[in-house]
Ligand binder design. Structure first.
Ligand code: CTP
Ligand code: MG
Length: 235
């Protein structure tokens, strides 16, 4: 059984103000940080990277510069995350076995640990799907478009999702096929797969597995890396 990783990097970074995936963090583009995590683990066989059409050549250059030999396909993405994921799933479905395992990861999460990759794969092999997430800690409310508080939402049992999200290829492909034919819009892959009634295990991801969404997140990521470097020197 082969394990494939799909790294989604075809966004335009509207909230950030530009294509954050190519910005440097500690001397390496954010996308490269994510690709290196898959390069460094024996649990993953190959990587499909999805980028904006105009960045295909730039990405091929990064792959050879950083010797990311597991990246065996670079695809151009679509308008939404869902379209970009669908392009990669289509590609895999045409070439690979339905029993293979697929990890879908946002390139905008550069602090992906190889331990998290490995535990998610183990779980997905057992039950068909496994995702990383964290229990929410803030109080939750519904608020109207005009900014008026409506209701409180009980926090019990509410998790915020991270990536990787990991599934058997046959399940993921079927979920996307159905989602597309129903014009269903999902913000992550689990939301697609849930509709099939497949059991998905949630694993607590580490707090540093953040998604860089705005410039404050990038400042936090730089600070986190500096602290890590100081701790390594001290130990
Ligand atoms: N992504 C993608 N294709 C798209 C949109 C998003 O591959 N059409 C990827 C992004 O590159 C990112 C991940 O999906 O790694 C999560 O998306 P998000 O953080 O929302 O990034 P953007 O869509 O680029 O940002 P924004 O929503 O602010 O425009
Ligand atoms: Mg987006």
């Amino acid at each position: 059984m082969t394990v494939h990783a799909i790294v989604l990097a075809a966004g335009s970074g509207r909230r950030f103000g530009g294509k954050k995936q190519f910005l440097e963090l500690a001397g390496k583009p954010i996308l490269v940080h994510s690709l290196v995590s898959f390069q460094e683990t024996d649990c993953v066989n190959d990587v499909i990277c999805v980028v904006p059409k105009e960045d295909l050549i730039l990405t091929e250059g990064l792959i050879s510069e950083y010797r990311l030999s597991k990246v065996n396909k670079v695809l151009s993405g679509g308008k939404t995350r869902q379209d970009s994921a669908a392009a990669a799933i289509d590609y895999l479905e045409n070439k690979q076995s339905p029993n293979d395992i697929v990890l879908v990861h946002d390139a905008a999460r550069p602090f992906l640990s190889t331990d998290l990759i490995s535990i998610l794969i183990q779980q997905a092999k057992m039950c068909g799907g496994a995702v990383a997430g964290r229990r929410v800690t803030d109080s939750l409310k519904t608020v109207s478009k005009k900014g008026v508080l409506q209701n409180s939402v009980p926090r019990e049992g509410i998790w915020a999702m991270q990536t990787p999200q990991v599934f058997r290829l046959s399940i993921l492909a079927e979920a996307y096929r159905r989602g597309t034919s129903d014009h269903f819009i999902a913000s992550d892959d689990a939301m697609m797969v849930e509709r099939l009634g497949v059991q998905i295990t949630c694993i607590e991801g580490p707090p540093e597995n953040i998604k860089i969404t705005d410039t404050l997140d990038l400042r936090w990521a730089e600070y986190y890396l500096k602290r890590q470097a100081i701790e390594e020197v001290g130990s």
